[in-house]
Design a protein around this ligand. Sequence first.
Ligand code: XMP
Length: 322
Amino acid sequence: SWTMLNIVEDAVEAVRAQIGPEGRAICGLSGGVDSAVAAAIVQRAIGDRLTCVFVDHGLLRKGEAEQVERDFVAATSVKLRVVDAQERFLKALDGVTDPEEKRKIIGREFIRVFEDEQRAIIADGPVDFLVQGTLYPDVVESGGGTGTANIKSHHNVGGLPDDLQFQLVEPLRALFKDEVRRAGEELGLPAAMVWRQPFPGPGLGIRIVGAVSRERLEILREADAIAREELSRAGLDREIWQCPVVLLADVRSVGVQGDGRTYGHPIVLRPVSSEDAMTADWSRVPYDVLARISTRITNEVREVNRVVLDVTSKPPGTIEWE
Ligand code: XMP
């Protein structure tokens, strides 16, 4: 739209003015809409003086890494460094079952990998700016202060060490989520990114109840992809706030398939409606949609023989299971 075009153009101008004709910037991409739109705006402003970093921790959902590496790059011409850190995260998470411990480990490893990349980029020449996808509600929540380099804590990335000090570039500071999505459309970003539901920084790592392993991630990724596909086919993906799909990795139950007895894992569907994730209600997804999801998951994901629906509101349940 005309006004959104103006908003994007103004943001590009403001970034150009802030960074100047020589400045270089770094931006971490998470696969989510905020960092993607922020990066796309800064790319328009300064071209390849922006370097984006994508840490593939192996905890994203099916197709999401490719969305960043292929579709986002194709749509924006952003200069991207991809770090395949899957092994490193699997190793660090090996045998860990406590949810907060998982978060701590994922956050810590993320910072380490990201810092190594920053140092490598700085080795090519000085970098003064760090791009962040801070939205207006984040600004209000944190008291409205500007500009110290501290990546949002709910991205599970803490403060930066003293030798990595940057000025922050926050092109989305005046925008609400729906405006960011419209800006993303205006910028021609992939629809799957623009319309992605909220997804936690620790990713599938906190949607496996039990220890994380490569095999368990693979099971959950397949089940989650089926649920997402059927929810969007039913036109519910933009209506439902989010739908965590959870693997109860340490639970097994008896089932029957063909003429054989199975002993597999349950998958939990947790569709919720919410305004802000502070409170939520379980979504009344039509039975036929639930039936299709259940049939497909149990048919197509060998290790899963049971699909259950979470009908708990928040409170007392949280949205995620961990
Ligand atoms: P809960 O489970 O607390 O989740 O009801 C509320 C919202 O926050 C998301 N969430 C997280 N996001 N890092 C994140 O970036 C996290 O560790 C984390 N834990 C929960 C959750 O998906 C929901 O939108």
